[in-house]
Design a protein around this ligand. Structure first.
Ligand SMILES: CC(=O)SCCNC(=O)CCNC(=O)[C@H](O)C(C)(C)COP(=O)(O)OP(=O)(O)OC[C@H]1O[C@@H](n2cnc3c(N)ncnc32)[C@H](O)[C@@H]1OP(=O)(O)O
Ligand SMILES: CC(C)C(=O)C(=O)O
Ligand SMILES: [Mg+2]
Length: 502
């Protein structure tokens, strides 16, 4: 496996879009395609052109976008589906037919012989029209093994360029996948591709085993989206292949997080924080023992063969209930706050008290505790002192906010519109700083603390300056706009304070 070259086939725009409830616009698909090109994906399945005129046009626009990657379209073994792929100007046509008994009986209602004939005719038609052809035996892993080989041999003979072995309903275990791909590889000479679904959480493991057994191409999606429990995740598959096995792909892994976030935003499918590689916590440490080790040498409690830099992530030391003094000291020192051992112990103890009440510790909490312990608390040097906030919103009004504040003793007013009242108010707050507003909103979360319409809104904000320094702050208020504005002002004041102190 060391140095083995593996081709990455991404199907985010086809199987990924089949995620229940997901529908991407053509503009979003084109942007994702450009991002996948930047990421270094070899082939993308841009859509299923026969499924709608919109999908056909979308695939066509991706084919003509001047991308380096190869564009593929999906087709049943039907002439009209293949023609729709030709009309979309794809270089590779991916044609598929069910081969398992259950799917042959209940979907296409064809005999084994009829399926082989349809598959061969489809492949010949694609090749006669000068395109590359990939053939999938849908539900291959539940197909009678001898019959499956017979099908693959027939399409190979018909001129097919690559065969795909889909684990359509995700029922394989890694050892069985290994054996099945070995058996196919012993009979077939054209490249083998695998398409693994994640019904039992084994899609990545099965893809890796398939590559060990002889497959040279993997089908994956960004964030593992796709039918039901999804497909093999691109980031996890590629990082395992390259970092663990030492295999080679063309993926520029430093764009993995950026790509994941784009797909998260466009699909609305949010990743759990503990998602491997690209999740918020993939390189975060809260426990005292882990943080101390990581601050000395990151390999102590990280894989080492995969670093945050490699995947475009950031390492974070998070303060909370499990924090120790090394992490607190480092967080204070990076903000220019020096404490002696006794003061540090007191700060740690107060941080734990707050966290024990179920609160997530922000930088604002840390600095407030440190100021109290070090006897330096003061709001005198705050950059922004909020005076008034008013918002107008409704079904016939463009949400508009007006914010009045003292900026170092000078009264300043800003008014802005937004997609909603919170957006308008946050834009107005940022506008009161005029040219000095070089802060980027890195994280924004709203939680309802109690149930009901009168719940307290708890807003948590991460703000980043031009040098990549991030501070976190929060505010809780029954008014969601006020909670958002206060949290942003707190974060801006903190960042400004840290900048002027350094
Ligand atoms: C495992 C997978 O991901 S396969 C891809 C699944 N993706 C999708 O289905 C998304 C896009 N699909 C669509 O827009 C529609 O299903 C279409 C346009 C393809 C077909 O729509 P309809 O003609 O309304 O048929 P419908 O979807 O209800 O049924 C599927 C038909 O395709 C047939 N079929 C399914 N797979 C194949 C195949 N590989 N080759 C030939 N025919 C097939 C079925 O037998 C059924 O035919 P029937 O109408 O004669 O019974
Ligand atoms: C179209 C095929 C390859 C598919 O998505 C599957 O079998 O899961
Ligand atoms: Mg699939």
């Amino acid at each position: 496996m060391r140095n083995k070259k593996v081709t990455v086939f991404d199907t985010t725009l086809r199987d990924g879009e089949q995620t229940p409830g997901v529908s991407l616009t053509s503009a979003q698909k084109l942007e994702i395609a450009r991002q996948l090109d930047k990421l270094g994906v070899d082939i993308i399945e841009a859509g299923f052109p026969i499924s709608s005129e919109g999908d056909k046009e979308s695939v066509k626009s991706i084919s003509h976008a001047g991308l380096d990657l190869e564009v593929c379209g999906l087709a049943r073994v039907l002439k009209k589906d293949i023609d729709a792929c030709f009309d979309s100007d794809v270089g590779l046509v991916h044609t598929f037919v069910p081969t398992s008994e259950v799917q042959r009986t209940y979907t296409i209602r064809k005999s084994q012989e009829e399926v082989i004939q349809m598959a061969v005719e489809a492949v010949q038609y694609i090749k006669d029209n000068g395109r590359r052809c990939m053939f999938s035996a849908m539900d291959a892993t539940r197909t009678e093994p001898e019959y499956l080989i017979e099908v693959f041999k027939a399409v190979q003979e018909a001129g097919c360029d690559i065969i795909n072995v889909p684990d359509t309903v995700g029922v394989m275990v890694p050892s069985a996948m290994y054996r099945q791909i070995k058996d196919i590889a012993a009979e077939i000479t054209i490249p083998i591709d695998v398409h693994c679904h994640n019904d039992f959480g084994l899609a990545v493991a099965n893809s890796l085993m398939a590559v060990e057994a002889g497959a040279s191409q993997v089908q994956v999606t960004i964030n593992g989206i796709g039918e039901r429990a999804g497909n093999a995740d691109l980031s996890q598959t590629v990082m395992s292949l390259t970092s663990i096995y030492g295999a080679k792909t063309n993926i520029h892994t430093e764009y993995l997080v950026e790509t994941s976030k784009m797909v998260e935003n466009y699909t609305g499918i949010r990743l759990p924080p503990n998602t491997p590689v690209v999740g918020q916590n993939a390189f975060s440490h809260e426990s005292g023992i882990h943080s101390q080790g990581v601050l000395e040498k990151s390999d102590t409690f990280e894989p080492g063969i995969m670093t945050p830099e490699m995947v475009g992530h950031k390492r974070r030391i998070v303060l909370g209930k499990h924090t120790g003094k090394h992490a607190v000291k480092q967080s204070l020192e990076s903000a220019g706050i020096i404490s002696n051992d006794k003061q540090l112990d007191e700060i740690v103890s107060r941080i734990k008290d707050i966290a024990n009440k179920g609160k997530h510790i922000t930088d604002a909490d840390l600095y407030a505790v440190a100021s109290a312990v070090l006897g330096k608390a003061s709001s005198e040097d705050e950059l922004i002192k909020l005076k008034e906030v008013s918002v107008m919103t409704g079904n016939i009004l463009t949400p508009t906010a007006v914010v009045k504040a003292d900026i170092q003793g000078k009264e300043t007013i800003a008014a802005k519109t937004g997609v909603g009242p919170v957006d308008a108010a946050l834009k107005a707050v940022r506008d009161i700083l005029g040219e000095s507003n070089h802060f980027r909103l890195q994280e924004f979360r709203i939680d309802a603390i109690t149930g009901g319409a009168d719940a307290l809104a708890d807003v948590y904000i991460g703000l980043e300056n031009e040098k990549g320094r991030v501070v976190t702050a929060r505010s809780a208020n029954p008014d969601i706009v006020m909670a958002s504005v206060e949290a942003l002002v707190n974060a801006m004041n903190l960042l400004y304070k840290r900048e002027t102190e350094r």
